[in-house]
Design a protein around this ligand. Sequence first.
Ligand SMILES: [Zn+2]
Length: 416
Amino acid sequence: MDQTAHRELVSQLIKLDTVGGHEESLARFLKAYLNNYQIDSQLIEVEPDRYNLVAEIGDPRKPVLALEGHQDVVALGDVSKWQHQPLGAEIEGTRMYGRGTSDMKAGLAAEIIAMVELAHTDYFQGHVRLLATIGEESSEVNHMQGAQYFAQHGYVNNVAGVIVAEPSGVPNNWLQQEPPTNPFLFSESQIKQLLANNQTTEQFVLDYAHKGSITYSIVSNGKTAHSSTPELGIDAIAPLIKMYQQQATYFNHLSAINPVLGKCIAVVTKFSGGDQLNSVPAHAEMFVKVRTIPEISNDVIIAHLKTMIGNLNNAGQAQLTFNLLGNKYPVQSNPDNKLISLLHQIGEEELHEQLPVGGSSAGTDASELIRANPNMTVAVFGPGNMTAHQIDEYVDLTNFEHFITIYKRVIQAYFK
Ligand SMILES: [Zn+2]
């Protein structure tokens, strides 16, 4: 395939609307696309209108190197603010614009192209599995259900390593601004050094770790009564405030620090209670998001929260209920693993820049995948940038080309 054919694939993926889900059209397109290159694939209906896709090449006796990506994209935001057609895949200079260009249809396309091009060489001796998922970005409650499906149905049991092609770059000019827009939290001296060694328009990072998360709500149920006779009611807000304070104390005292991920951090994202100005509140609710690290397991935290709630319920009249809305495990691979080393070395060669190696706070599908196979090496490394989720999201097509080469070279070297 030539560069035009590479770009054409990204363009087609952008034009297939998977805003907020509806991955069926895209999954079917990919099946036909792979079929054109004599690669079999399987569509899996995870939910109505939502299909995972899995395809495989190579020697089935070998351990698997998986290439992973989600097919859905986030909402367009305020369409009137876009300078480009949000689903138009318009090319201007070396940029292609559109929702999902960075997050992460270019990444998925680079993986697919690498796979197709390797499948048609006579020297390829590896075993590669493409895992395209639904619902990474777009589910009300327990998202990543496409990855969850793969994990629960044996698709990652024999996977030795996985490359998640989520956007890993930041435009250089973001780092050059005063103060710099710096999503990777580089230090000032690091920015200077990285830019001095960077011959492209973007600075990438290679992640082998990311935080997990726990999303939960706590509902408090009391009994309403006229505010002039509060003794007849049960206030639902007061015990929830107690819980708010107790959990804050609990999280503040978690002292473990992961060397690349930092601390476990909890944020109360929503708090509401009461119905009327003149009534005892019978209902209150709090939503919490916790970003977790491997040192303190998600399950330990959940058990502790439930104990706190049990104690409050025993002590008071209102009843608190814990609702687990999402439970994503943290990911941490060994940075000395062959897959990470190869991505690091070949990535630096192809991108013509220094690649910091580390971890991030944001989760990926890997949180679900590693539940089935905790020993699998996870690398998060893809061609997009941090314009992901923003107006006028774009991917740099030069770096997109570099990533195709990186994936191909890494896959070949991995099986040598
Ligand atoms: Zn993504």
